[in-house]
Design a protein around this ligand. Structure first.
Ligand code: NAD
Length: 508
C-alpha cells in the first residue's frame, strides 16, 4: 500500500485512507464505494474496498504490536485512553459534525451519540480495578489459588452505518484497555468518523499497530473472519449478516459477539400519562430517522387508549420539521442514509396497504425539495401481528400500530417477534410494569422510557435474533469477552530450617 498524508475530515471529496501500523495508507484496491452526504445527496468521499492481501497486512501489523502492548501495564494503557478522552472532548464538535455530515442525523443526535461513545472510554479508563482477578489463600493447606485475566489477542470490530462513532467506541476502548490490539472495519457508508477516531487515538499516544482501520465490504469481512491471527470478532449490523459473521467466525475458531437487527415494541396501557407517552413514542420512533436498533417500531396501545394515542401521535409527528441537518438550521429529523434505503422504507407503505393496514400518516408527502434522501414520519394503523410491517425491521421513520385488548395480548405480540432487542411499557400501574418486565420477550426493557438503551456501565443485552453469541458489548460482559482467564494454583515448600508460621493474632 502506498503511504499518504494524514486523513482530512473536512475537505470536499477525499479518498479515504486506512490506518495500518500507525500509518495512513491509500488502498491499492480497484474496487471503491461512494460516501454520500445524505442531506444533499452529494458524494463527499470515495472509499477503496480492501482486498484480502491488504487485510492480511493489517492483521499482521496488529499481531506484531500485540506482545509489547499486552505487556504494557494496564495503568499505562489506560493513560492513553485518558488522553484520548481529553482529546475527544476538545474535538467533540468536529466529530459530531462529521457524524452528521456522513450519516445525516441531526447535530443534537450526533452530539448525544458521541457522548455515549465517550462514556465507554470513561468506563474503560477504570480497567485497572475491573480487570483484577480473584484470590483465595489456603484453598488447601499451604496452597493459594488466583485468577488472572489475559488479553485474547488481535480483535476485530465490524460496525454498521447508523452510529458512525458510537458503535466503534462500544468496542475498541475496552479491547485495547484489556491489552488486545484492534482492527476496525467500519461501514463503508460512513468511514470518515472512524478515521477521525483513529487520528485522535494516534494523537493520544496509542502505539503503532495497536489500533488499525481497514475499509471494505464482504471481501474484507470474510478475510478477517477466516484469518488465522484473528482471535475475536465484535459485530454490529443486520441480523442476516450477524448470523453469518457468528457462524463463519466461530467455525474458524474465533470468539464472536454479533448484535443484529430489531423490531422494538412500545406498549401503552390505558392508565399511561398520554402526553408523556406520545412524546416518548415520537422520539423513539422518529429520532435518528428511525435508524436505531433501539427505535420503537411497533406501538401496542391497549384498550381505549388506542384512538386518542393514534390521533395525538399523528398530530405531533405531522408537526415535526424534516430537512438537511448540515446547514445550521434546526430540524427535528434528518434524511435516511441513501436513496435506495429511502425507497425500500417507502415501499413498506404500499406493502402495509396491500396487507389491509391503514396509513394514518404518510411520510412520502411534503418531503423537502432537493436531492437529499428524505422521508417524513409515518404512522401505520390497524396493523395485524403477522403483517410484514409488524414483523420485519424497516429501519426508517415508520411506526406500526398493533391494537391490543389486554396486556396479555400485547405481550403475545412481542412473543411472536423473531427479534428481542428492546421493549417499553407506558403505565402508572406497578403490577402491569412488573408483568411486562418479567414476561416480555426482549433483552432491554423500559418502563415509561422510550429508548431503553443501557449506558456504558451496563451490557447491551439483545436477545433472540437480535444477538448471536454469549457475551454482549458494554459493561463487565465486554471485559469478559476481551479477556481469557487463567487460574493459578500455588504451593511453596519450606526450605530446610523454615517452618510454616501460624497467623499472628493481636494480643490484648
Ligand atoms: P449491515 O449488516 O448491512 O452492515 C454491517 C457491517 O457488515 C458493515 O460493516 C458492512 O460492511 C458489513 N457487511 C454488509 N454486508 C456484508 C456481507 N454480505 N458479508 C460480510 N459483511 C457484510 O448493517 P447496516 O445496514 O450497516 O446497519 C443497520 C443494521 O444494524 C440494522 O439492522 C440495525 O438494527 C443494526 N444495528 C444493531 C445494533 C444492535 O446493537 N443490535 C446496533 C446498531 C445497528
Amino acid at each position: 500500500m502506498p503511504s499518504t498524508t494524514a486523513p482530512s475530515s473536512s475537505t470536499a471529496t477525499i479518498i479515504v485512507p486506512m490506518l495500518c501500523n500507525g500509518k495512513w495508507q491509500t488502498s491499492g484496491s480497484s474496487r471503491q464505494s461512494a460516501v454520500f452526504n445524505p442531506s444533499t445527496g452529494q458524494v463527499i468521499a470515495t472509499v477503496p474496498l480492501a482486498s484480502k492481501a491488504e487485510v492480511d497486512e493489517v492483521v499482521r501489523a496488529a499481531a506484531a504490536a500485540l506482545p509489547a502492548w499486552s505487556a504494557t501495564p494496564v495503568v499505562e494503557r489506560c493513560r492513553v485512553l485518558f488522553k484520548f478522552r481529553e482529546l475527544l472532548l476538545a474535538r467533540f464538535e468536529e466529530l459530531a459534525r462529521l457524524v452528521t455530515r456522513e450519516h445525516g442525523k441531526t447535530l443534537v443526535e450526533a452530539r448525544a451519540s458521541v457522548q455515549r461513545g465517550i462514556e465507554v472510554v470513561e468506563f474503560a479508563c477504570g480497567m485497572p480495578s475491573m480487570i483484577m482477578g480473584q484470590t483465595l489463600p489456603d484453598i488447601a493447606r499451604g496452597v493459594d489459588c488466583e485468577t488472572v485475566r489475559h488479553p485474547v489477542g488481535v480483535c476485530v470490530g465490524i460496525t454498521p452505518f447508523n452510529f458512525p462513532a458510537m458503535v466503534p467506541m462500544w468496542m475498541f476502548p475496552v479491547a485495547i484497555a484489556c491489552g488486545n490490539t484492534f482492527i476496525l472495519k467500519p461501514s463503508e457508508k460512513v468511514p470518515l468518523s472512524a478515521n477521525l477516531l483513529g487520528e485522535i487515538l494516534t494523537e493520544a499516544g496509542c502505539p503503532a499497530g495497536v489500533f488499525n482501520i481497514v475499509h471494505g465490504d464482504k471481501e474484507a469481512v470474510d478475510a478477517l473472519l477466516t484469518h488465522g491471527l484473528v482471535a475475536a470478532i465484535s459485530f454490529v449490523g443486520s441480523t442476516a449478516i450477524a448470523r453469518y459473521v457468528y457462524e463463519t467466525g466461530t467455525r474458524h475458531g474465533k470468539r464472536v459477539q454479533a448484535a443484529g437487527g430489531a423490531k422494538n415494541h412500545l406498549i401503552i396501557m390505558p392508565d399511561a400519562d398520554l402526553g408523556q407517552a406520545v412524546a416518548a413514542l415520537q422520539a423513539s420512533a422518529f429520532g435518528c430517522a428511525g435508524e436505531r436498533c433501539m427505535a420503537g417500531s411497533v406501538a401496542v396501545p391497549v384498550g381505549n387508549v388506542s384512538d386518542p394515542l393514534v390521533y395525538a401521535l399523528c398530530e405531533t409527528a405531522a408537526r415535526m420539521t424534516v430537512g438537511p441537518t448540515d446547514t445550521g438550521a434546526a430540524v427535528d429529523m434528518g434524511p435516511v442514509i441513501s436513496a435506495a434505503h429511502r425507497d425500500r422504507v417507502a415501499g413498506y407503505l404500499d406493502t402495509a396497504r396491500g396487507e389491509g393496514a391503514a396509513v394514518a400518516l404518510d411520510g412520502r408527502r411534503d418531503i423537502p425539495a432537493g436531492p437529499g434522501f428524505f422521508l417524513r414520519p409515518t404512522v401505520i394503523d390497524r396493523v395485524q401481528p403477522g403483517m410484514k410491517v409488524a414483523t420485519e425491521e424497516i429501519f426508517g421513520p415508520v411506526l406500526s400500530v398493533v391494537r391490543a385488548s389486554s396486556l396479555e395480548q400485547a405481550l403475545d405480540v412481542g412473543r411472536r417477534s423473531p427479534y428481542g432487542n428492546g421493549a417499553s411499557i407506558f403505565t402508572s400501574s406497578g403490577h402491569a410494569a412488573r408483568q411486562f418486565k418479567q414476561h416480555f420477550n426482549a433483552g432491554m426493557i423500559g418502563i415509561n422510557v422510550g429508548v431503553p438503551a443501557p449506558m456504558a456501565w451496563f451490557p447491551f443485552t439483545g436477545w433472540n435474533q437480535s444477538f448471536f453469541g454469549d457475551l454482549h458489548v458494554q459493561g463487565t460482559e465486554s471485559i469478559q469477552f476481551y479477556t481469557r482467564q487463567k487460574t493459578v494454583t500455588t504451593r511453596w515448600f519450606a526450605s530446610a530450617g523454615e517452618s510454616h508460621q501460624d497467623p499472628v493474632w493481636r494480643q490484648k
